[in-house]
Design a protein around this ligand. Structure first.
Ligand code: HAM
Length: 424
């Protein structure tokens, strides 16, 4: 039986992996400029972390987690997202005690959700995310939003839309929650089974339902923005003012709820508006989560962050026809004909590599012509040709593949010559 990768997962092969590396480097560089430091947390955690962190009423916890019992009888879950793990680590390692606050962290890594696979939706996907913990300054919200937009823009995307909402603080949310219960209760029987439960557990989730999205009561549902208290409203205004100051465009959507329970105040998503992008247009999402650190057992600490998946980012790049500059040309290919030349070639390849050049040679005993073809295919910038006659004379032929120029160089000078030319 042929073995295939599990549904909803994919191999990233050479030829494509260079794009991933380019994206990762760009995001690392941007994180450096924004002064966020990398954190690496385990891929699996105690299931309880996500039940408490992401929220019992979410689709993620109810339907999508890869949960299993380990051999010690503990319930373990492959992480469906990064925020709960980062907050757990922040609390466990007492990062709140460090002198420099807020603690600004970023992460890369695979996340796992048992969703119905389709274009842009995988069961294992790679997220890049960032979290700023320890400040309730709206300027940090604006910083995270600016980062998210820059990440896409620096990679060459243009058709983007930033959608913004405020979910308010605890008091505003309570008032809105009650208004939602009052609004939807008369229609309870018409809603799907999930929504009937959501109405009791977390009525905000009803607004995010895919099944009931066309129910007439959805359109007239009370908007959170009408229930923001003064503090929440001022906070939201301040975030918007910072965005305006930085020249970042956005659209306020009072129905933007997000699929995780920990959010309050700022919530946002970035969508692709590129033609032909596909059905799922959300590229990334995030928001503020001021109660989460406390829920996970730490001191009352505010936080905000966002995450994007590289898979959807690549889809957007493709939809907009953006080519990433993936450098894959060899510096040099060494061709050898004859026994003595072969010995010299192995030595030369090794020395060139020690001197920082990307070099390869033939390992299939191919004829000279086929070796030249290989050098062409590999886009070698230079080719060194060694034959037994040349070795006896203590020289090699160095060919510049762009100009076609060929010259004899003393064997002991080849390394230096190629090194100098690479540096020029
Ligand atoms: P999320 O909206 O669940 O938020 O996921 C963030 C992003 O991950 C999505 O916008 C999407 O690009 C990507 N994503 C989610 N599921 C899949 C999937 N099945 N296949 C491919 N890509 C996917 C979070 O995860 C939060 N932890 C974000 C956050 C950080 N909020 C505050 N800090």
């Amino acid at each position: 039986m042929a073995m295939n990768a599990p549904r909803g997962t994919q191999d990233i092969l050479p030829g494509t992996v260079e794009k991933w590396q380019y994206i990762e480097e760009t995001l690392r560089d941007l994180s450096h400029r924004f002064h966020y430091k990398e954190i690496r947390t385990p891929i699996f955690e105690h299931t309880e972390l996500f039940q408490r962190g992401v929220g019992d009423s979410t689709d993620i916890v109810q339907k999508e987690m890869y949960t299993f019992e380990d051999r010690g009888g503990r319930s373990i879950t492959l992480r469906p997202e990064g925020t709960a793990s980062v907050v757990r680590s922040f609390v466990q390692n007492k990062l709140y005690g460090l002198a420099n606050q807020p603690t600004k962290l970023f992460y890369f890594g695979p996340m796992f959700r048992y969703e119905r696979p389709q274009q842009g939706r995988y069961r294992q996907f790679i997220q890049f995310g960032m979290e700023a913990l320890g400040s309730e300054d709206p300027a940090v919200d604006a910083e995270v939003l600016s980062f998210a937009m820059k990440a896409y823009e620096e990679l060459g995307l243009k058709s983007l839309k930033l959608v913004l909402n405020s979910l308010g603080d605890q008091v505003s949310r309570e008032a809105h929650r009650q208004a939602l219960v009052d609004h939807f209760s008369p229609h309870k029987e018409e809603l799907c089974g999930d929504c009937q439960l959501r109405l009791e557990q977390n009525p905000l989730r009803v607004l995010d339902c895919k099944k009931d999205k066309d129910h007439p009561a959805m359109e007239t549902a009370p908007s959170i923005l009408e229930y923001l208290n003064e503090f929440s409203e001022t906070y939201f205004d301040q975030v918007k003012r910072y965005l305006d100051a930085m020249g970042i465009d956005y659209e306020v959507d009072p129905n933007l709820v997000r699929g995780l329970d920990y959010y309050n105040h700022t919530a946002f998503e970035i969508m692709s508006e590129a033609e032909g992008f596909g059905a799922i247009t959300t590229l990334s999402g995030g928001g503020r989560y001021n109660g989460l650190v406390e829920d996970i057992g730490g001191p009352d600490t505010p936080g905000i962050g966002f995450a994007l998946s590289i898979e959807r980012l690549l889809m957007a790049l493709e939809a907009e026809g953006v080519e990433l500059p993936a450098e894959d040309a060899l510096d040099c290919y060494v061709i050898a004909m004859g026994e003595k030349a072969e010995l010299e070639a192995v030595k030369l390849v090794d020395q060139l590599r020690s001197n920082g050049l990307q070099v390869d040679k033939d390992y299939l005993q191919k004829k000279m012509k086929a070796q030249f073809k290989a050098a062409d295919r590999l886009k070698a910038k230079k080719v060194v040709i060694l034959g037994d006659r040349e070795i006896e004379e203590g020289v090699g032929n160095v060919k510049d593949m762009t100009s076609g120029e060929q010259k004899e160089v003393k064997l002991e000078e080849i390394v230096n010559e190629l090194k100098v030319e690479k540096e020029e």
